[in-house]
Design a protein around this ligand. Structure first.
Ligand code: NAP
Length: 265
């Protein structure tokens, strides 16, 4: 999907969102869609310069309010500081999008404990720190939405990316636990499982390939997908807008695969 206005432009009016990893790739697309539907948005990740530039572009592009707050989601103290900063700048957060992640391609027998821990620290602990830091305001407010960006059906495993598969699978379990625990407070907790989306982050960091090599790999993947096209950040962003909007108000504890059919049995 290329970006177009499917939902009412005020579908998220009054919402305050934080998107981790919101300065690049899928997170950037999500942030842009949230802004275009009336939310104010804080984007958070480690690279302060790139994050500030992304916030500026998002503001110009959408006319919305977007702030950049540098943060390493592996650091609990930094995440608490993020929560304070966003509350001071934008008010209490009603929508958290856990999108930041780390990943690398490696045969399972070669993965070091350090590499494994790094992925688990970013994906799983980061999701835990961020969700917990913001949920207290949601409990006080009597509602909110938490959405984590995972992968299609992570319990099936992720050969050659086994640490990420383990971390995403654990986040799916958290999604279901939290949906039950925080549901009585009006807080909905869901996950999205994107299929293959050729972002720069995936090509360079995760696959460790040149742009041409990753284009070839993604081209082969495309031909195996039931819908015969790769995904875009906007495909995922549309699902986030849907789940965060009143249209998603009775949906919780779900994994929504946005994957061109790749997870079909
Ligand atoms: P990406 O552009 O590399 O996104 C990763 C983001 O996470 C970056 O903005 C990065 O920013 C941030 N990040 C990494 N470590 C961090 C840390 N310690 N603290 C805070 N932020 C951190 O790749 P993407 O493809 O858009 O991926 C976004 C999400 O989609 C990930 O959860 C990924 O697992 C998921 N996903 C992607 C695909 C795909 O095919 N693209 C498929 C399934 C799932 P900094 O470097 O500035 O920290």
């Amino acid at each position: 999907m290329t970006e177009r206005q499917v939902f009412a432009p005020d579908a998220l009016a009054g919402q305050v969102a934080v998107v981790t990893g919101g300065g690049t790739g899928i997170g950037y697309g999500i942030s842009r869609a949230l802004l275009r539907h009336g939310a104010t948005v804080a984007i958070a990740s480690r690279n302060a310069e790139r994050l500030a530039a992304a916030a500026e572009t998002l503001k110009v592009d959408t006319g919305g309010t977007c702030v950049a707050v540098p943060c390493d989601v592996r650091e609990e103290g930094a995440v608490r500081a993020l929560a304070r900063s966003v509350r001071e700048q934008l008010g209490p957060v009603s929508l958290v999008v856990n999108n930041a992640a780390g990943n690398f391609r490696m045969a399972a027998e070669k993965v070091s404990a350090r590499g494994f821990r790094t992925v688990v620290d970013i994906d799983l602990f980061g999701t835990f720190y961020v969700s917990q830091a913001f949920v207290r305001d949601m409990i006080s407010a009597g509602g909110g939405t938490i959405i984590s960006i995972l992968m299609p059906d992570p319990e099936r495993g992720f050969p050659l990316y086994s640490p990420a598969g383990a971390a995403k699978s654990a986040i799916l379990s958290l999604t279901r636990s939290w949906a039950r625990e925080w549901g009585p407070h009006g807080i909905r907790v869901n996950a999205i499982g994107p299929g293959p989306i050729p972002t720069e982050g995936v090509a360079v960091n995760m696959m460790g390939m040149s742009s041409q090599e990753s284009a070839d790999v993604f081209g082969n993947m495309r031909d195996t997908l039931p819908l015969r096209r790769l995904g875009t950040a906007d495909d995922v962003a549309a699902a986030v807008v849907f789940l965060a909007s009143p249209a998603g108000s009775w949906i919780t504890g779900n994994l929504l695969n946005v994957d061109g059919g790749v997870s079909l049995p």
